[in-house]
Design a protein around this ligand. Structure first.
Ligand code: DTP
Length: 337
């Protein structure tokens, strides 16, 4: 999962407003641990990110989804003064700044960041001197800190996609491979690369012996051989977390890469989930509940009268989920909210 949620659109006429909202969101997640406010600021930033015109006042912004009285007031303050006192105050506290910085390291969450700051580890330099306090993941996060902060241009993911698909299909032509996340939503830049893989013979009903023919480890080894995967953060039977780089160009940054192997009968729910955006997912899930269904990354299930999930619906494409939930199909590029 991507760490930093930048506005992601350099041509966005409300770029500075999105940035301050995302800084507030980061603060709420990392320091206050208020997920509700974190989501609210992110939603407001996403709304502003979709506009083609500059917002002229808080009053005008208030008419948009996800922007209430309090955020509108902050927008007015920023438009009038070029800054936000609340953020200035937050930045005055060096522990807040340190927690926010350390939480940007891949593998370090808000709790670990606070724990480190509490024992006086406040900078990346401090972290480098205390690597004994870090897990394997966090050490890699530190090693590649600068690279992981860089957004991945769409064209580079397209190159990686080609290498991945060619290599995996060479192992077995029936593998299905989809790069999800913001790339699938058509964004020009992404924070990381989220890959889903399945095989028609690999279903939740497949017998264990047959399942062995489909192996994430084999896929990872093959991509290591191709010199695409450079580091492994973790490798289980269904999830790989690691690092990749285009090998032909050593000036290219190292990138965070996740590969998930899912059952064929779960694949399209997984594709829907990992395409996001997370706010879009939350809206679909809420709608599903209204329709007496429960939806997650594995399945869509009707709720019984007692409110328990029943048998999974047969899902053979993303459209099936929309149809069953009585929602008009949304192209991935329209799921940015
Ligand atoms: P980025 O460009 O920053 O990587 P992203 O690909 O949308 O943006 P992630 O890589 O963090 O975001 O996650 C991939 C998708 O997984 C995301 O779009 C939706 C889903 N997802 C992740 N976390 C959640 C969550 N908490 N709730 C719902 N969906 C989620």
């Amino acid at each position: 999962m991507g760490k930093r949620k930048a506005s992601g659109n350099a041509n966005n006429p409300n770029h500075d407003l999105c940035d301050f909202l995302l800084e507030l969101a980061d603060y709420e997640r990392n320091v206050s641990k208020n997920v509700y406010k974190y989501n609210a600021y992110r939603k407001a930033a996403e709304t502003l990110n979709t506009l083609t015109e500059r917002v002229k006042s808080g009053e005008e912004a208030k008419k948009l989804p996800g922007i209430g009285v309090k955020i509108a007031k902050k927008i007015d303050e920023f438009l009038q003064t070029g800054k936000l006192q609340k953020l200035e105050n937050i930045k005055k506290d060096e522990n807040n700044v340190a927690i926010s910085l350390l939480a940007r390291v891949s593998g370090i969450g808000p709790a670990k960041a606070k724990e480190l700051v509490d024992v006086g580890i406040k900078t990346l330099e401090d972290l480098k001197k205390h690597q004994d306090k870090l897990t394997h993941h966090q050490k890699l996060g530190l090693k590649y800190f600068d690279d992981f902060e860089k957004k991945i241009p769409r064209a580079e993911i397209a190159q990686i996609e080609k290498i991945l698909k060619t290599a995996i299909k060479k192992l077995n032509n029936s593998y299905l491979v989809t790069i999800c996340g913001s790339y699938r939503r058509g964004k020009e830049e992404s924070g990381d690369i989220d890959v889903l893989v399945t095989h028609p013979n690999y279903t939740s009903k497949t017998k264990n012996e047959k399942k062995k023919a489909v192996s994430l480890k084999t896929i990872v080894e093959c991509l290591e051989e191709k010199q695409l995967i450079t580091d492994t953060i973790s490798l289980g039977s269904t999830k790989f977390m690691g690092v990749c780089r285009l090998s032909e160009d050593k000036s290219k940054p190292y990138r965070r890469l996740d590969i998930r192997l899912t059952f064929y009968d779960h694949y399209y729910c997984a594709v829907l989930y990992f395409t996001g955006s997370d706010l879009f997912n939350k809206n679909v899930r809420a709608h599903a509940l209204e329709k007496k269904y429960t939806l997650n990354e594995y399945a869509l299930k009707r709720l019984t009268v007692e409110g328990c999930p029943g048998e999974p619906e047969k899902i053979t494409c993303e459209e099936d989920v929309f149809k069953i939930l009585d929602l008009p199909y949304k192209d991935p590029k329209d799921r940015n909210m």
